[in-house]
Design a protein around this ligand. Structure first.
Ligand SMILES: Cc1cc2nc3c(=O)[nH]c(=O)nc-3n(C[C@H](O)[C@H](O)[C@H](O)COP(=O)(O)OP(=O)(O)OC[C@H]3O[C@@H](n4cnc5c(N)ncnc54)[C@H](O)[C@@H]3O)c2cc1C
Length: 278
């Protein structure tokens, strides 16, 4: 049960959503966007968050797109993880999001909600970091398209009142050789101890990580190490561990030492697959 009352709005256009947010704020109330709602409901039930109003963006047509337009795959922010997998439009993304939660939850969980999640994992962002995706976001009353890395640094950095509408991936990326590997503590369903997505482009391996540090990331330094033909595979992997952008997560899912061990094995598997197709 959720122990507080909140207002529920379901606008049918971008302008209406922006206006609703503004009106609610003017009334001195707190508002948040609501996509699949799974995280809102989970956190609200245990009093980890509170909002006076939620603005459900599933009624906005731009958020419900999932199709190739010209040379871009356009993914609406409210697309459920299952719909993305079932569409088979972007195999790496489909495979990566298929490893999040259980099948029933993935009918509700959306890509926009996962990327904007308060949790540290945000696994669906990995393929998007690898493919230099663009995002369509609101900026006040305007809509703008920017590269993902201008608004995603460890987490989405949207100003209050702005929200994610769409993600766009250049179609030249979607059929590249890929690997998506996730390791959890016990069962198949669980937060990642380590999750890695990788592709090869122009004979270079590109790789993004979740579960290793306190945020998902892609690192030019790590990719340079992995693509360096000097040294053995084991030496390159040791250098990767030494060049992680911050300390390894050490929590109930796995100690830092255990995560480092799992990461080494996942990188070995990744290189084994991708170096054969380079
Ligand atoms: C059983 C279970 C297992 C899970 N396992 C994993 C896992 O292994 N890996 C992983 O990465 N995650 C995992 N999660 C976390 C889950 O993916 C996120 O909590 C979920 O993605 C939230 O999606 P949602 O669409 O329900 O978001 P919502 O609850 O609707 O929103 C989540 C947050 O994002 C904001 N938001 C939503 N949409 C937008 C938008 N378009 N623009 C701006 N802000 C927005 C909301 O305001 C809210 O703060 C798991 C969750 C469950 C329930």
């Amino acid at each position: 049960m959720i122990a507080f009352d909140f207002e529920y709005y379901k606008p049918s256009s971008i302008a209406e959503a922006v206006e609703t947010y503004s009106i609610v704020q003017t009334q001195g109330k707190s508002a948040m966007f609501f996509s699949g709602g799974t995280e809102f409901i989970t956190f609200a039930r245990v009093n980890k968050l509170k909002a006076d109003a939620v603005i459900d963006i599933k009624g906005i047509p731009e958020c419900n797109v999932l199709e190739v337009q010209g040379n871009e795959l356009v993914i609406g922010a409210t697309m459920s993880l299952n719909k993305i997998t079932e569409s088979k439009l972007f195999p790496l993304l489909g495979e990566c999001v298929k490893q999040i939660a259980d099948h029933t939850s993935r009918n509700k969980i959306t890509i926009g909600g996962n990327i904007n999640s308060e949790l540290i994992y945000r696994e669906s962002v990995l393929p998007l970091l690898l493919t230099n995706a663009k995002v369509k976001i609101t900026n006040g009353n305007e809509v703008e398209t920017v590269s993902l890395d201008t608004v995603f640094n460890k987490e989405m950095k949207l100003k209050p009142g702005n929200f994610l509408l769409q993600l766009m991936v250049d179609t030249s990326y979607i059929d590249l050789p890929y690997v998506s590997l996730k390791r959890t503590k016990i069962s198949k369903v669980g937060y990642p101890v380590v999750s890695v997505a990788a592709i090869t482009k122009n004979n270079q391996i590109q790789v993004a990580f979740s579960g290793v540090c306190e945020y998902p990331f892609r690192s030019a330094k790590i990719e340079a190490i992995l693509n360096d033909s000097n040294g053995t595979t084991d030496e390159r992997i040791e250098r990767v561990i030494a060049h992680l952008p911050s300390s390894i997560v050490d929590d109930i899912q796995g100690s830092g030492e255990y995560r480092a061990f799992v990461l080494k094995n996942v990188l070995l598997d990744t290189l084994n697959v991708l170096e054969r197709v380079k």
